[in-house]
Design a protein around this ligand. Sequence first.
Ligand code: NI
Length: 173
Amino acid sequence: MSNYDIIYVPDPVLKTKSHEVQSITDDIRGQMDKMLQTMYDAPGIGLAANQVGILNRVIVMDLSDRENGEEAAPWLMANPEVIWESEEMSVMQEGCLSIPRQYADVERPASVRVKYVDYDGEQKEMEASGLLSHCVQHEIDHLNGVLFTDYLTSLKRNMMLKKVDKLKKQGLL
Ligand code: NI
């Protein structure tokens, strides 16, 4: 199984809203597996389908510290949707595989409850706080065509775009 190519800013696919998955077929499971492998190899902790050019509502995440021997703990989700968010907010530094080597503080609800459809087609809910909360909100944003840089000033956002462009021109991506 080869990996997907990760798409970088400013590709318009990253600003496009994705459509719902109708049912969890073998094709969707195959996509989830391949997205997870692509994310592991990048390496990253989250990946949304439009980052590999597919416009359906699929995300994968894994926050385990595999480099230090922790067992993999993948989340494979279709149609994830925030159904509750805390009033309490949290600020954490975020990055994105589509905006390589750029990081910034982003403020989001500290905790969220998310409903989704899992790998087996079951309707599930999860509660997330801390890094997992930031990660799942960041990935759901992707499905709506929103990037973490959209929360920054245009000055900061444009600076990051220029830096990514420079990395591309240097052949570093
Ligand atoms: Ni991202």
